[in-house]
Design a protein around this ligand. Structure first.
Ligand code: TRP
Ligand code: ZN
Length: 861
């Protein structure tokens, strides 16, 4: 590691201290200028801790003035070192005025106040407010905000901030001045400011209690026609939260701004959400079914934060899952109610089994409530978000939907207006249900993926079925001792003659036995129905039993899961040297054939049942990942299926109804199944015509992408021509070009390196825009296992180049990009070497950000 003189001080959860001062009100004035914005901040402060100095956070600020109770401080009265402003001697209650100057145009990190094209935009979570002014930049300091924004009236028709607009006027010299007031005290990470010229879409919503809320959606000029779906989704989310959790919106106005320059998906700033344009803008010609799904779910997510995040926020950043795990759970439940619940769940399970299990097995392993953090931005993870959501879901499974809703109500009633902890949440659930959750609470402190072992025994004479469950959690990079968790295991017993029984088993010991009487014949057991806990399951069921579950289980997720497990076994057998043809039983093909011949109503599920597991899911089954073995087994199986069921894929493809594009459950299912068939048909030599026809006849982006992906995966000649056509057609549309970048970057052939090179000089590619960089490089490193893991190490070098380049521009995005390199220990000797080499190059560079440093150093130690 390069000698490190910067102050890289990790924080520990246990060191939490309440703030020494509170700041009940703040009055912010902005004079916007791209190179020299002047921010003046007038705050009322109240001491909480006797004798303490006032220490405010600040980064990249030019301090112009400090005044206490209107008296300017001399340089000797404060200390400006490192990243803080310390005033040793302050009264118990006083007014503090601070004037700073900042340069939004130089802000490529996209944290704090930055330029998004010609507009001004802010991003303050987690610790971005300190780039705007000196402040107690921590979530447990809640203030009432008044904000005044001044900018050139002609160029900036919209000057936005949180809450209600209380004044607007234009001065004689042509400046616009707008004032905002947010009546709800909030931490500074929820502050937002946006200034620009936009197309505005307006609508309104009448709340359950009859209040009218104005809805405003701001999009880049010329994009208005792509905003309607998001606006309608917002209304659905507002209604849903009233109906499901009795929660109403609280301000008279709700604004959403879409920007193309954004570090993540979206941000729940009070009354003024800022969104990555990718998760707002949609029209049939440019957005896939997946895009529509994401937009609805993220619009919901940010809206739901208004209660779980904003009205009740987090005491400290270690509690992040308190708002994120809970809000992801809420958005998942919303999506499940809006479309196919089964498909939503399958998507969520895939994410846990790929990225989350990988994170648990990596040097970055952490509990959903982390214990130690250097750079907070590194902990917006699949563990905190998605495993966090699984933990909430388990609570609902254990307490029941009704009991869970009562716990939510108590939690929100107790902590409204406060900064709370994960323990507070558990306590509310416990008190509302009079249910001891002390063992369950271990899910918050224990990291790692638990292995569940399950077996069954049946005694025909006594008609007793005995189920044995065991749990164990291997040591992780951050934690060696693991206790027994409370794990809800939902099961279904498939008895003869279509008889079925459902049970919920609560596993609390390392090993436990559950007995069932009066079971008239030996059942097939569906374990962990609906993925009732985020664990790995090892079961002894036969292949036959798995296929039986795939055919007959009540839960669609369980059916999909069984066939995934079946394939996972077959892949292992091929890796162990068996013949790919021989390991597949005729029964499998009969079943697949019957699905293709009679797909029924749930075509999306059938498409999932006919899909092989992806590389990433399979990889998580192994400690040492057999990259080449998995890829080769998958390729063989894919070709075998394509050949054996060739005519069935063609006739299914032809029979699935095609109608003018609509985004609804049935049409999404139709497109998905047709795309699945096309994907297999592409592996036949004579498929070119069909692929071209599918592409050219498409009246929507989902079908267009399906043709491109099928021809890409099958490595057909058609792909090159189609991608060229596609890139040509959309060469001035950034969001669609991101799809072209992604397609170029996920080509399974070696051609990918040249393509990525070429795409970097595309007029729309820019290193300063995270969407572009992710479209090209995250796609390559996370969705192109064959070339990323190329034996000569070229893939790793390419990623290292991108990370290094990005770290100087936007550390937060660079640190996300580096993820696939961190787990180098899980690959074979020569790949380990190659990965470690590029990590070492990064580690040796002299100017590493905290973001990348934290990950690289954990990985190499
Ligand atoms: N709170 C946001 C959400 O999940 C995510 C978020 C955290 C974020 N930090 C960010 C978004 C930085 C954009 C940029 O809804
Ligand atoms: Zn969130």
């Amino acid at each position: 590691m390069a000698t490190d003189q910067q102050n890289r001080q990790a924080k520990s959860r246990h060191d939490y201290q309440p703030p020494a001062f509170l700041i009940p009100t703040i009055d912010l004035h902005f004079e916007l200028d791209s190179a020299a914005t002047i921010v003046s901040s007038v705050m009322q402060l109240r001491r909480q801790t006797a004798g303490a100095a006032l220490k405010l956070d600040g980064q990249h600020l030019k301090l112009l003035q400090v005044l206490i109770d209107n008296k300017q401080l001399s340089d000797a009265q404060y200390d400006l070192s490192g990243e803080s402003l310390t005033i040793p001697d302050v009264p118990d209650a006083f007014e503090l005025k601070i004037v700073t100057q900042i340069a939004p145009v130089e802000n490529t990190a996209l944290e704090g106040l930055y330029m998004a094209g010609n507009s001004y935009c802010t991003q303050c979570e987690a610790e971005g407010f300190r780039r705007i002014s000196y402040f107690l930049d921590r979530p447990d300091v809640l203030s009432e905000y008044r904000v005044t924004i001044k900018a050139a009236a002609a160029s900036y028709p919209y000057l936005l901030s949180n809450g209600n607009k209380i004044a607007e006027h234009i001065t004689a010299d042509g400046s616009r001045i707008v004032q905002w007031h947010d009546p709800f005290p909030k931490p500074c990470y929820l502050f937002a400011l946006v200034a620009g010229d936009y197309d505005l879409l307006e609508d309104n919503f009448i709340t359950a209690s009859g209040r009218e809320v104005a809805l405003q959606l701001f999009v880049d000029k010329g994009q208005a026609h792509r905003g309607d779906f998001a606006l309608q989704a917002l209304k659905r989310a507002m209604r849903w939260d009233e109906q499901r959790f009795n929660l109403e919106y609280d301000l008279d106005i709700y604004m959403v701004v879409a920007t193309d320059f954004f570090n993540m998906g979206a941000m729940e700033n009070k009354g003024l959400n800022v969104f990555n344009s990718k998760y707002v803008l949609a029209e049939t010609a440019t957005a896939t079914d997946r895009d529509y799904f994401n937009i609805e779910s993220i619009i919901g997510h940010e809206y739901f934060h208004n209660w779980t995040g904003n009205r009740v926020t987090c005491q400290d950043w270690f509690q992040l899952s308190l708002k994120e795990g809970l809000t992801v759970f809420r958005d998942q439940e919303f999506s499940a109610d809006m479309g196919s619940a089964t498909l939503c769940r399958i998507d969520a399970v895939k994410l846990i089994r790929t990225a989350q299990f990988a994170e648990d097995a990596s040097p970055m392993a952490h509990p959903i409530r982390p214990e130690s953090v250097l750079e907070m931005n590194n902990f917006y993870t699949v563990t905190v978000y998605d495993k966090g959501a699984e933990v909430i879901r388990m609570l609902q499974t254990i307490l029941g939907k009704e009991g869970f809703a009562q716990g939510m109500a108590l939690y929100l009633k107790r902590h409204d207006g406060q900064a709370a902890t994960c323990d507070d949440f558990i306590r509310a659930m416990q008190d509302a249900n009079r249910y001891d959750l002390s063992q369950f609470a271990l899910w918050y402190s224990q990291s790692g993926t638990t292995q569940l072992t399950a077996s069954q025994q049946y005694d025909a004479a006594t008609q007793v079925l005995t189920l044995t469950l065991g749990q164990s959690t291997a040591a992780t990079a951050d934690q060696s001792v693991k206790k027994a968790l409370l794990i809800p295991v939902r099961i279904e017993l498939l008895l003869s003659g279509n008889e079925k029984q459902s049970h919920l088993l609560l596993l609390t010991e390392y090993d436990q036995v559950f007995s069932f009487n009066n079971i008239s014949n030996e059942p097939v057991v569906v374990w962990l129905e609906h993925f009732s806990a985020p664990v790995k399951l090892q079961q002894q069921s036969s292949d036959d039993a798995l296929l039986h579950i795939a055919a007959f289980a009540t839960d669609g997720v369980a059916r999909w899961d069984a066939i995934q497990q079946f394939w996972s076994r077959k892949v292992a057998e091929v890796i162990a040297g068996k013949n790919a043809q021989h390991v597949l039983p005729p029964k499998l093909f009969q079943m697949m054939q019957s699905w293709l011949r009679d797909p029924g109503d749930d075509k999306a599920l059938i498409a999932e049942l006919l899909s092989l597991p992806d590389f990433e899911t399979l990889a998580e089954q192994y400690e040492q990942i057999p990259v080449d073995g998995i890829l080769s087994a998958l390729e063989q199986f894919r070709q075998i299926i394509a050949d054996r069921l060739q005519s069935d894929f063609v006739s299914c493809y032809q029979q699935v109804p095609v109608s003018a594009y609509q985004y609804d459950e049935a049409s999404v299912g139709n497109r998905r199944l047709r795309a699945l068939c096309l994907g297999y048909i592409a592996f036949q030599h004579n498929s070119q015509q069909l692929l071209q026809a599918h592409y050219h006849q498409a009246d929507n982006m989902s079908d267009t992408i399906a043709a491109l992906m099928a021809s890409q995966q099958a490595q057909t000649d058609t792909f090159k021509a189609l991608l060229a056509d596609f890139s040509q057609r959309w060469n001035s549309d950034v969001l669609v070009m991101d799809k072209a970048f992604g397609l170029a970057a996920t080509q399974p052939s070696e051609q990918v390196f040249t393509s990525i090179e070429e795409m970097q000089s595309h007029p729309l590619f820019s290193w300063k825009n995270p969407n572009r960089v992710r479209a090209l490089f995250s796609a390559f490193s996370m969705r192109n296992p064959r070339q990323f893991h190329s034996a000569d190490g070229k893939g790793y070098q390419l990623l290292q180049y991108a990370v290094a380049k990005m770290d100087a521009i936007n550390p937060q995005v660079a640190a996300r990009l580096i993820t696939p390199l961190l787990s180098w220990r899980r690959y074979d000797e020569s790949r380990q070497q190659a990965m470690r080499n590029v990590l070492q190059v990064l580690a040796d560079s002299s100017s590493l950000s905290n973001d990348v440093f934290e990950k690289v150093s954990r990985s190499l130690s």
